[in-house]
Ligand binder design. Structure first.
Ligand code: ZN
Ligand code: ZN
Ligand code: ZN
Length: 348
């Protein structure tokens, strides 16, 4: 299946769910537990949907690292997706910390990088660089987002004050998605309330309101040990991830990375001679990192080996969402609604 086919499949799945949701005139079938959870989420400031999605994203990634690293079906799915999208590749950093081990992260990325290396060394990397499936975490989240929007529409039909008179306030992407649906949501009062409260919001609160939740982890230059120079030179683009990355780029000059190596996407795009040796060395460092977790291991890891799992993330998807295997075929890493109902908007 080619990139277009992947994109089409993903679109069909999302469109089917969205059309079903939009076409539903009967009361939504949202269950009571979900409605109660949602009501509770509206009792806190910020977008309740963004908060619940962030929670789901974290649980999914932690479960994956905790329980599914050695599950053959999960491994196969990750292999077919060529890893994860940019956002979820970097989210492995805090997810690994949350389960008290980056060994799981190293095992997952070592497999993907080893495949890339094998493809590269046989001249088949361009073919390998086409995912056969979307990012699995994105698929789970897209499904959860539609379910949450259905439930929110049901909640608003029952009690319209949830749109304007609760501590929680839907962000612009989620409010716009509801307005674009047949939920019959008018945004005038929502806009009024946001305009009233906006002067009291911090920069981050405004950004979250305009573009949606902050990614769980952002690989700011200098925070990760390896950075692709071409990634740093990429001009900012519209969209949630770039909006949140924004300020990091102003600081890139003062915060050099320990290692400057082209990410796979840029190396491929530039058509430079493939740095097979570099990639082989990184795969070797990662394998050493994984082996060192064995209790029988005696010896010391080099600095390169200790940082190998972080370097592997940078190598696979780059430090900006531009040329990763999933980013080059779609402009927004997460969720069909951003693309369907909301224009990319710049907040700065
Ligand atoms: Zn939101
Ligand atoms: Zn993803
Ligand atoms: Zn790059």
């Amino acid at each position: 299946m080619g990139a277009d086919a992947v994109r089409t499949t993903r679109w069909l799945v999302l469109l089917d769910r969205i059309q079903r949701w939009r076409g539903e005139s009967a009361p939504a079938r949202s269950d009571r537990y979900l409605l109660a959870t949602l009501e509770e989420a509206f009792a806190e400031p910020g977008c309740p949907l963004c908060r619940l999605l962030a929670h789901k994203e974290r649980r999914s990634l932690e479960a994956l690292l905790w329980e599914q690293v050695n599950d053959p079906l999960t491994a196969e799915r990750i292999a077919r997706a060529r890893g994860f999208c940019w956002e979820h590749t970097w989210a492995l950093v805090p997810a690994g910390a949350a389960v008290h081990s980056h060994l799981g992260v190293a095992i997952v990325v070592e497999r993907v990088l080893r495949q890339a290396f094998q493809a590269w060394s046989t001249g088949a990397l361009a073919r390998w660089w086409t995912p056969q499936e979307p990012c699995p975490i994105c698929v789970w989240l897209a499904d959860a987002e539609v379910t949450l929007l259905e439930a929110t529409a049901a909640l608003l039909r029952r009690d319209p004050t949830f749109l304007t008179a609760r501590p929680g306030l839907l962000c612009r992407p989620h409010a716009t998605a509801l307005a674009a649906s047949r939920a019959g949501v008018s945004l005038a009062e929502w806009e009024e309330r946001a305009a009233r409260e906006l002067p009291g919001w911090s920069y981050r609160e405004r950004l979250a309101h305009e573009v949606g939740r902050c990614p769980w982890f952002l690989p700011y230059p200098g925070v990760v040990p390896e950075t692709c120079p071409a990634c740093l030179a990429e001009p900012p683009r519209p969209g949630r991830l770039w909006a949140w990355l924004g300020e990091a780029f102003d600081r890139s000059a003062q915060m050099p990375a320990r290692w400057a190596v082209a990410c796979l996407g840029h190396a491929l795009a530039d058509g430079r001679s493939p740095a097979v040796d570099d990639l082989a060395a990184l795969v070797g460092d990662l394998a050493a990192f994984v082996r060192a977790a064995d209790y029988r291991f005696r010896g010391q890891l080099t600095e390169e080996q200790r940082a190998s799992w972080l370097r592997a993330l940078a190598r696979l998807v780059g430090t900006v969402p531009a040329v990763g295997v999933h980013e080059r075929v779609q402009t927004v890493a997460v969720l069909g609604f951003d693309r369907l109902a909301v224009d990319d908007r710049s907040v700065r």
